[in-house]
Design a protein around this ligand. Structure first.
Ligand SMILES: C[S@@+](CC[C@H](N)C(=O)[O-])C[C@H]1O[C@@H](n2cnc3c(N)ncnc32)[C@H](O)[C@@H]1O
Length: 262
């Protein structure tokens, strides 16, 4: 098995210099409280996560995730690590593509999210952080990460870890929402995420949970470094010529390949 249990669940090391988001101080005071805040938020909202995701993506989430993975080259028989697996939405689509000859390992720091991921056909679930992967060098053909780039402590640490666990020639596909370039589109997306979608969430408790989660989503999307900076961080971590594919102006797919291999 790829994960080495001795390191599973370790806290990530302190940030080393490329945080994915600028300061949004009203949520936390320092790195320790940021980590706690993010973990508690996802622990608490885990039972509602799939419902909120469906509202946001109008039910197209599974289809989009599978399409992006296929575009990035995920094929039958591959061994995949899905970082920030959450309730397993990317892992499930990865599993459909790699089939029984492949393997999908889902990793996440939130026990609540992992609990909800159980029962999804991922094979192995591991508690851990993307910045310190409890996995052996060169042990995966493919690494995925869906909509979680904004939640890590440091892009450099994350990308170097991804490169380390990929075999030479292995590929990474990182999905993220980016702020639209046009101000009108950006305002419309903000209104949809923070006002409209929570209203559709159901009873009062569900609406409150969705509002908290989606407000945080929007704030981190707004504070996120530019796609150009993400590509630069990938390059600095040792991935030659990383690429970004954009769908509908907001869905960024970062594709990077470890040099070497056949
Ligand atoms: C928005 S959810 C994404 C879930 C899933 N990948 C998807 O496509 O829907 C973000 C996930 O990132 C996880 N996460 C937060 N910080 C992380 C970190 N430092 N390393 C790995 N995962 C992290 C959270 O626990 C949460 O499950």
């Amino acid at each position: 098995m790829e994960p080495s249990p001795s390191r599973a669940g370790d806290a990530p090391p302190a940030a080393a210099g490329t945080p994915p988001i600028g300061p949004i101080d009203h949520y936390w005071a320092d790195e320790a409280s940021r980590k706690r805040f993010v973990r508690d938020l996802f622990d608490r909202s885990a039972p509602e996560y799939d419902h909120v995701e469906k509202l946001l993506a109008f039910g197209t989430g599974p289809w989009y995730r599978r399409d992006a993975l296929r575009r990035a080259g995920l094929r039958q028989g591959m061994k995949v690590l899905d970082i920030a697996t959450g309730t397993g939405l990317v892992a499930r689509e990865a599993y459909a593509l790699v089939g029984e000859a492949g393997l999908v390992v889902g990793l996440d720091p939130s026990a609540g999210m992992l609990e909800c991921a159980r029962g999804v056909a991922t094979g192995i679930l591991v508690r851990g952080y993307g910045e310190r992967l409890p996995c052996r060098d060169a042990s995966f053909d493919f690494v995925t990460m869906g909509f979680a780039l904004r939640h890590v402590a440091d892009l450099g640490l994350l990308f170097r870890e991804i490169r380390r666990v990929l075999r030479p020639g292995g590929a990474a596909c990182i999905l993220e929402i980016s702020r639209p370039r046009s101000r009108v589109a950006s305002t419309a997306l903000q209104a949809f995420m923070t006002r409209v979608a929570p209203l559709l969430a159901g009873n009062a408790a569900r609406r409150a949970e969705a509002r908290t989660l989606l407000k945080f989503y929007w704030d981190t999307i707004e504070a996120c470094v530019s796609p150009g900076d993400v590509l630069l961080a990938l390059e600095a971590a040792g991935f030659p010529a990383p690429r970004r594919h954009v769908v509908l102006g907001i869905f960024s797919e970062y594709n990077a390949t470890r040099e070497g291999g056949a």
